[in-house]
Design a protein around this ligand. Structure first.
Ligand code: FAD
Length: 383
């Protein structure tokens, strides 16, 4: 791989893998993407994309489309779930654009994902390819998939999520930690909410002692409203990534909450329940020709709405580091990447774990104002 760019395999076409592959392909790296799913569906979920993620979307070339697609909340409000009292008012909207250099939007996760996957070279995107085994032979990596096929690449990026096969290859088998909290997720038709004489704010988190409900629009036209909760549940023994929940379960979990939350529960048609999984910061993010990003490296509770955003920032930093060192020096590039991501990702993991983010007024600039392309690179060899 001396004169030409190395061939790269990205395992997993989630938000982190899609961002990495889009940026690599733009930078001219021959990049293949292997995704276990046979196809992607528009599952009922939303996502926040803060200015720190939108700056990466700008590089990918989809910032304007996302701005049109998403809802632009004027604030992140935190409110007491029982009394309705405002606990914090964090300005977003025009303030975010001016102060942090890009918009803060909330969007349907499926719409965002479809747009990102569309940016990839479709001839190099392979569905139904579940990686089973990876063999780093020193001069190349051989990947074996569940369908019995094999592929090779010079470098392999493990963007394969919380149960990453690449992480397991590097660090051994170890199940993620069940945090003791679940998240309920539901999309509500805004049409139904018109029956209530209530103000459904564009981005609001309702809190009480040990639980919360985060609510926001996931489309620019405000036709779809979404809630995602955090509720304690001591065990998760379902053996699946989510199960169906119910209005009754929601009523029981939020029985003391105010009228807006009760209206949302009344309007719920389907609601799913997801275990929230974590890992402690990993001692290793890369080895020889293999490197991790996103949930494969630092899965976290979603309570800062920054998990996917960290995967997207990782992708951008990884490509930046490869361009900085030259990809032939991939070992240096991978270490430069880890060194410049570890502290930030671990801090976000910790705050997400504690679930304190924006509960009270605080300055979010260290998260939203971050520009992964402008932040000075710290050199692991000299610091
Ligand atoms: P994933 O999204 O998990 O993608 C991994 C991909 O790899 C998948 O497509 C998977 O099918 C594929 N894959 C896995 N194994 C293999 C294999 N062996 N071979 C081939 N392919 C494989 N984050 C935010 O930024 N904002 C939010 O608002 C937000 N809300 C959340 C709400 C909930 C309830 C939860 C659970 C999470 C939330 N997150 C949020 C976190 C976010 O979902 C994750 O951090 C993010 O999806 C991580 O992206 P990723 O690309 O690293 O991994």
């Amino acid at each position: 791989m001396s004169n030409t760019k190395p061939t790269i395999a990205v395992i997993g076409a989630g938000l982190g893998g899609a961002a990495a592959a889009a940026l690599l392909q733009k930078a001219g790296y021959p990049t293949q993407v292997y995704e276990q799913a046979p196809e992607f569906a528009r599952l009922g979920a939303g996502i926040h994309l803060g200015p720190n993620a939108m700056k990466v979307m700008r590089r990918i070339g989809i910032e304007d489309q996302l701005e049109r697609m998403g809802s632009h909340p004027s604030h992140w409000f935190s409110r007491d779930g029982e009394t309705g009292e405002y606990l914090s008012r964090i300005p977003l909207g025009d303030f975010a654009k001016e102060e942090y250099g890009a918009a803060y939007i909330t969007v349907h996760r499926g719409d965002l994902h479809a747009l990102m996957v569309d940016q990839l070279d479709q001839d190099r995107l392979h569905f139904g390819k579940r990686l089973e085994k990876v063999d780093d032979q020193g001069d190349q990596v051989v990947m074996t998939f569940a369908d019995g096929t094999e592929a090779t690449a010079d470098l392999v990026i493990g963007a394969d999520g919380v149960n990453s096969v690449i992480r397991e290859h590097l660090l051994g088998e170890e199940a993620p930690i069940y945090s003791g909290w679940v998240a309920h997720r539901a999309i509500i038709s805004a049409e139904k909410l018109k029956a209530y004489d209530l103000d459904f704010e564009a981005c609001v988190k309702w809190w009480s002692g040990d639980r919360h409900m985060m609510v926001y629009y996931v489309t620019g036209d405000h036709k779809e409203y979404y809630y995602v909760t955090g509720v304690p549940e001591p065990d998760w023994n379902h053996g699946t990534s989510f199960v169906d929940s119910s209005r009754e379960e929601m009523r029981a979990a939020f029985k003391n909450y105010g009228p807006e939350v009760q209206a949302l529960i009344d309007c719920t048609e389907t609601v799913t329940k997801w275990p929230l999984l974590e890992r402690n910061p990993l001692p290793l993010w890369h080895d020889n020709r293999l490197v991790l990003l996103g949930d494969a490296a630092h899965p976290m509770k979603p309570h800062m709405a920054q998990g996917a955003v960290m995967a997207i920032e990782d992708a951008a930093m990884l490509v930046r580091c490869m361009e900085t060192t030259g990809a032939e020096n991939y070992a240096d590039a991978f270490e430069l990447y880890r060194y410049n991501r570890f502290e930030r990702a671990s801090r976000v993991q910790k705050v997400s774990h504690d679930n304190t983010w924006l509960r009270q007024n605080e300055d979010p600039a260290w998260v939203f104002g971050h520009d992964v392309y402008e932040v000075p690179l710290k050199d692991p060899k000299t610091e």
